[in-house]
Each structure stands twice: as C-alpha cells, then as structure tokens.
Design a protein around this ligand. Structure first.
Ligand SMILES: Cc1cc2nc3c(=O)[nH]c(=O)nc-3n(C[C@H](O)[C@H](O)[C@H](O)COP(=O)(O)OP(=O)(O)OC[C@H]3O[C@@H](n4cnc5c(N)ncnc54)[C@H](O)[C@@H]3O)c2cc1C
Length: 512
C-alpha cells in the first residue's frame, strides 16, 4: 500500500485534514486507533467561539476564531446553532474588564456590543439578576459529532481511505525521512506497514508520543477540563463570565440541554487515555455555574465528562489557561531536519478547518501539487436523506423508516438502519457517535433497546450478541452518570437499572 499522505488521528483535525487532502486530489489514508471523536473532539463544550474569550490575552487565536466562526456558519450550517453569546459582569467583577474586552474584540474584528443589564435580563431571563454589565458577541454552538461525520463522509466521497481501530505503533524511517507507518489492527491484532510520501500527525494530545516514534520532541501541555450537562436548556444564548478565563465560566446551550464548563488542570500524559471527573471538579463547576444562572442549582444534571486539551507549551514558563489556543503546525523537515513528517495540533474544535488547510498546504507544497484549498467555500456533506425532515414537510411519505428511533436527538429508523445494513457500524456505541442516538435527555433509555433490535433484524446479530452490545452501551453511558448520582439523577439511574436488569436481564448475559 502506498499513499501520498497518511494522517494519524480520527478527531476533528484528522478528518478535516483528510477531507482537504482528498479534495485536492491526493491519495489519502486516515488511521484512527479507536473510533472517531473518542479524544478531545467528543469531550468539549461545542462552543462556536466568536473569539471574544481570547481577545484580551490571545488576539491571534481570537482572530482565527471569528474568521472560522463565519466560515462554519456557511459550510456547516447543519452542525451549527447561531444564537449569539453574552459576557456578563457580576458585582464582584471589575467592570473595567468589560471595556477592555470590547476594545480588544474590535481590534480582532469581533463584533461586540455593550448592552444594558436590564436588556440582558429581558433577552436571557435566567441570567443572574445581579449582573452589572453585559456584552453581546456572535458566539454559537457547534455539534462535534455531526461535524466529524460530515468531514468523514466528504473525505470518503473524495476518495480518501479511512481505517478506524487501526493504531499507529511506529513510523518507518529511512535516513532523515519518514516513509510510512507501522500499524496494528486493534480488533484482530494483525500488524502491517503502509507507505506514504508524507505522514501527518494529527493525534491531539497523543501527538507527542507519535513524534517521539520518529525521535522528535514536542512539548505538549495536557490540560484536563471537566464539564457537566444539564437536562434542560436553561439559556437561549451562550453565557460567559466577563473576566479573565477561569473555572466554570461558560454555559453553552445545545439543542434541549445545557453544557457547563470547564475546569483546567495539568495531568500527566500517561493519564490522558482515561480521565475521570472528580467530586472536587463537580463542586467547582456547580459553585461557579450557578453564579451565571442560579436556576442551575435545581436543574437535573444529566452527565459529567472530561477531556484533555492538546495544548503546546514550548516555553517552560507557560501554564494552563495562559497557553495560546492558536494553531501549531510543525514542518519537521524545517524544524528538526526530518522530511516527510508534519504535526498539526493546538487550535480548537472550531478552527479545525484552518488547521487542516495549513497542514494540507505544506503537504501540497512538498508534493508539488498546485490545487488550492476549497474547504472554506464548499459546504460539508449533510445527513442521509432518510432524516425525519420528511415527516414535517411531506407527511404522505410517512414510512416505518421515517419514524424517530431516538426522539431526543431526532434520529430516524432509516438513518440507523442504513448504517447497520451498510456494515459501517458494528456496535450501538458506534451508532451513537455517528448519529447522536442516545445522547439526549433520556440517555438512550428506549432508543438503545430499539436500535439493539434493529442490530438483530437488519444486521443479522444474534440475540445474545445484541444483549452484550446493549450492556456495553449502558456501561459506557454509566461512566458519565455515576459521578453525579444524587437526587433525581440517582432515582433515574435506579429506574434504568431496574429496566435493564429486571426486564432485559442484561446482568445475566455473559460478557464477551
Ligand atoms: C474540556 C474541553 C473543552 C473544550 N471546549 C472547546 C470549545 O468549546 N470549542 C472549541 O472549539 N474547542 C474546544 N476544545 C478544544 C477541542 O476539543 C480540541 O482542540 C479538538 O477537539 C482537538 O481535536 P484533535 O483532532 O486535534 O484531537 P483529538 O480529538 O484528541 O483526536 C486525536 C485522535 O488521535 C487518535 N490517536 C492517538 N494516538 C493514535 C495512534 N497511535 N494511532 C492512531 N490514532 C491515534 C486518538 O484516538 C484521537 O481520536 C475543548 C477541549 C476540552 C478538553
């Protein structure tokens, strides 16, 4: 096997780079050791930053954010909610920071308008009524899972090969050149080599480990962030605290729910594979979050989760929130004298397209390919045609496939069936990552059962296999629930346990 470009990592940076490379006519391969979006991409707020959060201290990153914010609204409108955001000042905040923020936003090209606190309360009734100031900015929210899926579909449509569950275990080097990768199929253990003219390291926080395989050092700063999802949409717009970035000061509305984040703590690189939310982090988030919107204190918490930001700190003095969120694109030929190897990391979910463009530009210049980047103008692929919009627009087309399998996330039977029949997914958890099935308010209580039945009737799995898959799905979801099991969440968890154990007998099915 020989490719023009091999990309390591199936987060947003990797799939975005695969799309760009394939659109420019390169023979492209993407390798992901697990499933898509299992790294930081599936573990963030999904805030479509206006850039205001970074305008004062990190203006380059802020300028990247507003530019990409406007592009994503155009090319990925099906993944974006445009609702704007507020930066609110509370009595204990220095109101002078508000003016500094507005000034900094303007010099980065971010529209920022000071509004009267009374007006802020009118447009956002749940906001802390004690607020002393408010600034309106063009924040929004972006769905990471749909964004990854759209880039993946587009990359494939343009000819890219994509292998999930294939881990890069080493780099093939010849003299001062990387010539490909050593790969292990994580399902069957098979090992083989794949040759590529250029290898792009888009492995997020794991980029340092990949670079080390080629004897190159990248100083990553693994910054863990914990987040909470609340079972209602309590705010219409993003609410940020108008002060220097701190814990629990962003509240992002996302469909029917609200995401509160985040904390920021350095963790050892070795812990990035399994980050858990601690009681201390939950207490911090709740204390700070209820200052933004007091009603959060009585709103049911749905899940807790954490991710690790792939930050780069070349300077030993830099720490945590002070590290730039700007894009880090390293041409290792220039930096370390190692040809055929590029690292693309840092940045943000919502600046992934620009990250991909920068990496692909370098790949093209090395391969002498002249085709220009078109990802800022050509819209991304949308969801399959079986989506339930048919229900509302043309009710005469009502078929079993046009019914919702997951009511919370509006995923149809047809969409799920298509993925199962095509062989693209083998488990309920993979279905969840591609469609958002089971990610809504009821955390998959009923839709997972229905999807398990389809896995049997349309996918040919035995009842025992479906039962084991369902148990794996429930256990995976439980990881996000157990840190917050008190009050109504505990009652809900007990109800679910009685359904899965008592009615379905999941605890009696032998594990695979
Ligand atoms: C708490 C938190 C909140 C955030 N909030 C926001 C936000 O609101 N808005 C925003 O824009 N950004 C946000 N971010 C940042 C954003 O999530 C990340 O910048 C972005 O998702 C990084 O994507 P990535 O593809 O570079 O890395 P990842 O998503 O981590 O992907 C790297 C991939 O590489 C794979 N991999 C690793 N090693 C190997 C190997 N050996 N072989 C094959 N594959 C391998 C991994 O499995 C993983 O899937 C947040 C991040 C965190 C942690």
């Amino acid at each position: 096997m020989e490719y023009d470009v091999i990309i390591i990592g199936g987060g947003i940076t990797g799939v975005g780079t695969a799309r760009d490379c394939a659109m420019r006519g390169l023979k492209t391969l993407l390798l992901e050791r697990s499933d898509f979006a299992t790294g930081a991409t599936g573990r963030n707020h999904g805030l479509l930053h206006s850039g205001a959060r970074y305008a004062v201290n990190d203006p380059d990153s802020a300028a990247e954010c507003i530019r990409e914010n406007l592009i994503l609204r155009r090319i990925a409108s099906h993944c974006v909610e445009e609702h704007d955001g507020l930066f609110i000042s509370l009595p204990e905040d220095d109101l002078g920071y508000q003016y500094q923020l507005v000034e900094a936003c303007r010099s980065c090209g971010i529209p920022a308008e000071i509004i009267d606190p009374e007006e802020a309360k009118r447009i956002e009734p749940t906001v802390n009524p004690a607020l002393t100031g408010a600034v309106r900015v063009p924040d929004g929210s972006v769905d990471p899972f749909r964004l990854v899926r759209a880039n993946e579909l587009d990359a494939r449509m343009h000819g890219a090969d994509i292998l999930t569950y294939h881990e890069v275990t080493g780099l093939i080097t010849q003299g001062n050149r990387v010539e490909g990768v050593k790969v292990r199929n994580t399902h069957n253990g098979q090992q083989f080599e794949i040759r590529g003219k250029i290898t792009v390291n888009a492995a997020g926080i794991w980029s340092a480990g990949i670079a080390r395989m080629a004897g190159v050092e990248i100083k990553m700063f693994p910054s863990k962030g914990a987040l909470l999802i609340f079972a209602n949409r309590v705010n219409k717009m993003v609410i940020n605290r108008c002060h220097k970035a701190a814990n629990g000061d962003i509240l992002v509305p996302d469909g029917d729910v609200t995401i509160l984040g985040s904390t920021s703590d350095r963790v050892p690189l070795g812990e990035c594979d399994d980050v858990r939310v601690t009681p201390r982090e939950i207490a911090t988030l709740l204390r700070e979050g209820t200052k933004l919107v007091p009603i959060l204190s009585s709103t049911r918490i749905l899940r807790a989760y954490a991710g690790v930001r792939p930050l780069v700190a070349e300077d030993d003095e830099e720490a945590g929130r002070g590290i730039s969120r700007g894009i880090v694109c390293l041409d290792h030929e220039q930096r370390d004298g190692l040809a055929g190897f590029i690292t693309i990391t840092g940045g943000k979910l919502m600046t992934y397209r620009l990250m991909a463009e920068k990496a692909t530009d370098i790949v093209c210049s090395k391969l002498n390919v002249k085709r220009r980047c078109e990802t800022a103008v050509i819209p991304l692929a949308t969801r399959p045609s079986t989506h339930s919009s048919l229900l509302t627009s043309r009710s005469s087309l009502l078929t079993p496939d046009s019914l919702y399998l997951c009511e919370c996330e509006k995923v149809t039977v047809g969409e799920i069936r298509e993925l199962i029949v095509s062989g693209e997914v083998a488990t309920l958890t993979q279905l969840r990552r591609r469609t958002r099935m089971g990610m809504g308010k009821c955390p998959g209580r009923y839709c997972a059962l229905r999807a398990a039945r389809l896995m049997s009737s349309a996918g040919g799995k035995t009842i025992a296999e479906c039962g084991r898959d369902l148990a794996d799905f429930v256990n995976e979801r439980w990881k996000g629930i157990y840190p917050i099991t008190w009050g109504t969440t505990l009652a809900d968890a007990q109800y679910m346990a009685s359904v899965y154990k008592g009615l379905c007998g999941l605890d009696k099915i032998p594990r695979s």
